[in-house]
Design a protein around this ligand. Sequence first.
Ligand SMILES: NC(=O)c1ccc[n+]([C@@H]2O[C@H](COP(=O)([O-])OP(=O)(O)OC[C@H]3O[C@@H](n4cnc5c(N)ncnc54)[C@H](OP(=O)(O)O)[C@@H]3O)[C@@H](O)[C@H]2O)c1
Length: 295
Amino acid sequence: MHVLLTGASGFVGRELCRRLLADLHTVTAVSRSPDRCREVLGVEDVVAWADLDAAFLKGIDAVVHLAGESVQGRWNAAKRSQVRTSRIEGTQAIVDAIRRAANKPGVLLSASGIGFYGCGGESTLTEASSAGDDYFAALCLDWEALALGAEACGCRVGLLRFGMILGQGGGAISAMLTPAKWGISGPLGTGKQWWSWVGIDDAVSAIIFSLTTSISGPINIVAPTPIRQSEFQRTLGRVLSRPAFLPAPAFVLRLILGTFAEEVLASKRVVPTALSEAGFTWAVPNLEDALARSV
Ligand SMILES: NC(=O)c1ccc[n+]([C@@H]2O[C@H](COP(=O)([O-])OP(=O)(O)OC[C@H]3O[C@@H](n4cnc5c(N)ncnc54)[C@H](OP(=O)(O)O)[C@@H]3O)[C@@H](O)[C@H]2O)c1
C-alpha cells in the first residue's frame, strides 16, 4: 500500500512511518519542512504542502492526516487560533486535493481527539455519544466535518479520535514526567475525572488496522480501560517509585495552561466500541505496563 502521511515527523507519525515501512508499505510524507522531515524519518520521499496537488495523489492508496499545531502548552488567543487554523486549513487542503485527483485514494484517515465529547462526567462515551459544547469539541466537529467531505469522492473516511497517547518522546506524558520524577505530582483538580489513554504501539496498530479493514466513521483510539486521574497519577508514581500526593488545584492549572486546563480537568470516560466490534485487540491494555514503556 502507498500511504500519503501528514504530520509524519510528529510523535505518532514517526512511529507509524517506521511500522508502515517495516511492513513493506511505501510512505510519502507531507511536511512544512521537508528537509528536516527527511532527517527525522530517514526517508527521501517528502513533499512540501505547497506541492500537494491533485496530480501528486496518483498512485496513492491511502491518506493518513495527522498534522496540526501541538495542543500542549498554555492556550491563549494566539495558540487557540494556531491550533484551529492548522487543522482546518490542513484538512481542507487534503480534501481539495482528493476532490481534484483523477485517481482517488480509497481511504482517508484523519486525526481527531476525544476532546470531541467535551466533559462527560460519569457517563461512558462511545462513538455514538454526542459532541461536547466547549472550544475543543467545536473544533473537532468542524475538523471532522471537513474530513468527511472526502466521502463524496468515494473515499472511505475514518475519524481517529485519539485519547491521551502514552509513549517515549512525545505526547502529554513527556510534560508530566519531569515533575513526577521530582515527586511533585498528584491529583489535578479533584482527580475524580476520567482519563482515557492508549499506548503508542496500540495507537499505531489501530491506525494500521483502520487502513487495512473496512472500518469507517468515528473510531475511538483508546485502551478499553479508562481510569480516574488521581489513580493515573498514583500509577505513574508507582512506576517511577516516587510519591504522587501533591494536588494541583483547578485555578492553578487554569493560570498555567489557560483554556487547555479544561481539557485536563474534563472527565472523559471513553471506550473503544468501534475497534472492539471490528475485532481489534490491544497489546497493552494495562496502564501500568503502558507507563512503564513510556518513562
Ligand atoms: N498525542 C496525543 O496524545 C494526541 C491526543 C489526541 C489527538 N491527537 C492528534 O493526533 C495528531 C498527531 O498527534 P502527535 O502527538 O503526533 O502530534 P505532534 O507530535 O505535535 O506532531 C504533529 C505534526 O504536525 C505538524 N505541525 C505542527 N504544527 C503545525 C502547524 N502549525 N501547521 C501545520 N502542521 C503542523 C508537524 O509536522 P511538520 O513539521 O513535518 O509539518 C508535526 O510533526 C494531532 O492532530 C493531534 O492533535 C494526539
